[in-house]
Design a protein around this ligand. Structure first.
Ligand code: GLV
Length: 330
């Protein structure tokens, strides 16, 4: 039997690459840069499966062009880069890598909470810039407490729940808002209180965003919502940049409407060098690394490979995005 043809859009950690190369004719786009649009279109034209990254735009044009395509397996939990409706209507499975990255993202949320509240990055820079000239001083570089504060979780899905579990170790008061309220038993288990969205913005000392990006969540956090926040509050975003209106956020930070922000995601990635966020020294910026541990990326690689291979063997992927596709396949 002929092996299926597969295009992998980037070098990924070993477990996945090995699995795919053993049982398919794999074309691998090597290196760290994404393939150009032209490369993406021409390399996917005749393949049975694509293993893609969140930086690859898998739109209607690409999907229509890939006549043999059966599966789009993304090495990411987010799938806003894929036209799901276009894939579903053509009977193409879409899969992603949830669960395996939940803990590492939730850990990093606390990295950002602590580094903004306690000014860890700022004080590291102060020392390296040779500006630590005072001996210990009772008023030097004061930050704000984390324990006992109110953490607002916007979107209580897989990652939001793990953030809640970690927050109870910091004795935080937990509020959440989501479009669907969780059963009371789950709220109790996580010690979270459901509030409306305005209350969440008004009462949180830290507000951590865990929304997926779609037409309802783009620019969800805008000047109206930011203006409701406490002046002492800190915004954390590890979800997707466009969920926050970035210029409204810059205004809120510059005018000290809110105290700080810990951001792992941006409207444009990599950040343009003239992005005003870069000039704000009291916020913490990370280059989209919330799942970036060797352990997690290896698990993502293995899951993405297994999802891809299962469909090519006529089965369903483990973590499917578009279960409705089954109707268009059968
Ligand atoms: C990362 O942002 C992901 O979606 O996996």
């Amino acid at each position: 039997m002929n092996k299926p043809n597969v295009y992998v859009t980037r070098s990924i950690p070993e477990p996945g690459l090995k699995l795919i190369s053993e049982s398919t004719n794999m074309v691998l786009h090597e290196g760290d840069l994404p393939p150009s649009r032209q490369e993406l279109l021409s390399n996917t034209k005749d393949v049975d499966g694509i293993l893609c990254m969140l930086t690859d735009k898998i739109d209607d044009e690409l999907i229509a062009n890939a006549k043999n395509l059966k599966v789009i397996s993304s090495l990411s939990v987010g799938y806003d880069h894929i036209d799901i409706a276009a894939a579903t209507k053509r009977g193409i499975y879409v899969s992603h890598t949830p669960d395996v990255l939940t803990d590492s993202v939730a850990d990093l949320v606390f990295g950002l909470i602590l580094s903004t509240a306690r000014r860890i990055v700022e004080s590291d820079q102060l020392i390296r810039n040779k500006k630590w000239t005072l001996p210990w001083s009772p008023t030097f570089m004061l930050g704000s407490e984390v324990y006992g504060k109110t953490l607002g979780i916007l979107g209580l899905g897989r990652i939001g729940k793990e953030v809640a579990l970690r927050a109870s170790g910091f004795k935080m008061n937990l509020l959440y808002y989501d479009i669907v309220r969780l059963p009371e038993s789950v709220e109790k288990e996580l010690s979270v209180t459901y509030v409306d969205v305005n209350t969440l913005f008004k009462e949180s000392d830290f507000l951590s965003i865990h929304l997926s990006l779609n037409k309802n969540t783009i620019n969800f956090v805008d000047s109206d919502k930011l203006s409701m926040m406490k002046k002492s509050s800190i915004l954390i975003n590890t979800s997707r940049g466009p969920v926050v209106n970035e210029s409204d956020l810059v205004d809120a930070l510059k005018s000290k409407r809110i105290r700080s922000a810990g951001l792992d995601v941006f409207s444009t990635e990599p950040l343009n060098l003239d992005n005003p966020l870069i000039s704000l020294s009291d916020i913490v910026l990370m280059p989209h690394l919330s799942s970036a541990t060797l352990e997690t990326r290896s698990k993502m690689s293995e899951l993405a490979a297994n999802n891809l291979l299962l469909v090519l063997q006529g089965k369903k992927p483990i973590t499917i995005v578009n279960p409705d596709v089954v109707n268009s396949v059968s």
